[in-house]
Design a protein around this ligand. Sequence first.
Ligand code: CUK
Ligand code: CUA
Ligand code: CA
Length: 636
Amino acid sequence: MIDPKDKNLPKIDVEDSQATEHVKVSRRLFLGGSAALAGIASTLGAGMGSSLLSSSAHATSGADSTVGPGELDEYYGFWSGGHSGEVRVLGLPSMRELMRIPVFNVDSATGWGITNESKAVLGENAPLNGDSHHPHMSMTNGSYDGKYVFINDKANTRVARIRCDIMKTDKITTIPNCQAVHGLRVQKVPYTKYVFANAEFRIPHPNNGLNMDDVPGYYTLFNGVDAESMDVAWQVIVDGNLDNTDADYTGKYAFSTSYNSEGATDLAGSMKAERDHLVIFNIERIEAAVKSGKFITLPGSDVPVLDGRKGSELTRYVPVPKNPHGINTAPGGKYAVANGKLSPTVTMFQLDKFDSLFDDKIKPRDTIVAEVELGLGPLHTAFDGKGNAFTTLFIDSQVCKWNIEKAIHAYNGESVDYILQKLDVHYQPGHNHTSMGETRDADGKYLVSLQKFSKDRFLQCGPLHPENDQLIDISGEEMKLIHDGPTYAEPHDCMIVHRSKVKTRKLYDRKDPTFAATITMAKADGVDVYTQNKVIHDGNKVRVYMTSVAPVYGINEFRVKQGDEVTVVVTNLDQIEDVTHGFCMVNHGVQMEISPQQTASVTFTADKPGVQWFYCNWFCHALHMEMRGRMLVEPA
Ligand code: CUK
Ligand code: CUA
Ligand code: CA
């Protein structure tokens, strides 16, 4: 454990002139609790101060992140947008931001959250915020298949799916009976049948306000979401809470860390136990239990709920040191690593021992082949596919490169140095990820380390700082920092996919399901959106069907009555890649994207009498400014 008197530990920077009183107070609050925690607590605070002090230039000789103008990146990176609610697509190694995919947020540029098609995905009365942490691509046989990217929403307990062919969100599922979906990973083998999603917070059941003080009776759920239908296939009740999750390379097991085995409702309480646990889920047994009807349902949903608390045949609980955070399976499929957070260690599991564990032939801790010390605040681990692991050390502000087999030898008492290198990162890393590193095809070329603080690395932009995503070349013996990339709130996680795995469309397919309902509506109105421009008056509802071909809309003006509910449907007939049009009705809070061959629609009330101009807001032509028209609103 951490010895607070260790002279090598950085000093607490109490007089940090940059820290406001509020920061100091809240930091202490965070660190408070029991005296036993003081050591960890003070080093957490100190780490932050000392990193600031020790910031220095780092040599970046050799490797290069430059991708010349007009040249394409080798990898797609999918970044979570944290509490911005979106997902971002970056190119690597340039770290250029290529695209933003709105998911759990409202996006003015594309009209996500404004158009009828996006509202159909989000649901009526959808929350307008989100907190996305873990983007992970669907897999077949343990490697990315380029089909979907799934992402959690901790803020509103949802899981979303992004279609990689158009890079748009096409399904969002709200997980019933629980609060705050955090950890999310996919089944890797034989294919992504399930998306595994951890509900983090324990709640009373039923959560109706009548049993709020029965804290021991609270529980939370591990969820299997069907990747195709996006229905929740089953839920498993667990002891403790759930943090992060991952899956193995046989398809048999998924496993989740718990930092609150104590079942506490406050910070000090959740740090009491020296060990929390990893809970292992037996997918075959879960499926069999569902099939044989051995489940209950909870009020408000008909999802099968299974009891996976201690003693269940569906789960096993392995004690691991204090408040573990990340859990990461190594590409070979042999090991998984739980990261200690409040313990300076990582715990390594040998996955082929899980069968014996479930058959009660060995004890839970017998699945552990090493528990080795790396440094302060290990949060997440990535792999190069060559037997090495890279663990972020939050408090030390470092990435630690270590060798898996050597760590096992050291754990068995041999005197070998399993730590190969520690590289300073700036500052306080959370997740990290290697190129193709969560698949069988880990290629050991790049590591991205996602820092929570950028402090002095960029020009100041007011009190709010960007995060700092650093690109590290791991192809040689030594890790080399090659790029600093500021990002907006807040990449918790990312994944790096070789570009050969992703095939995107240049134009929309006219049969795309994302706007099929709109085409059906047009047909019911007797309108062929590809050849006709038409205004349908249906009581106080007006449907305006128009085409767009740069630089004109098929309709230059239309007439409605004040108070009418107007639906504008625009179909972009342009066949030229990249010629996206927009539709914005001035002073009505309405705008949207219509990409080539796409149909999009938006509904609003024409509540203002007189001339109301609409215009195209995606630059599409030399005469883009002229692409406009009038809605003529007769006063009521
Ligand atoms: S979490 Cu944020 S640093 Cu939500 Cu995977 Cu670890
Ligand atoms: Cu069409 Cu700008
Ligand atoms: Ca704990």
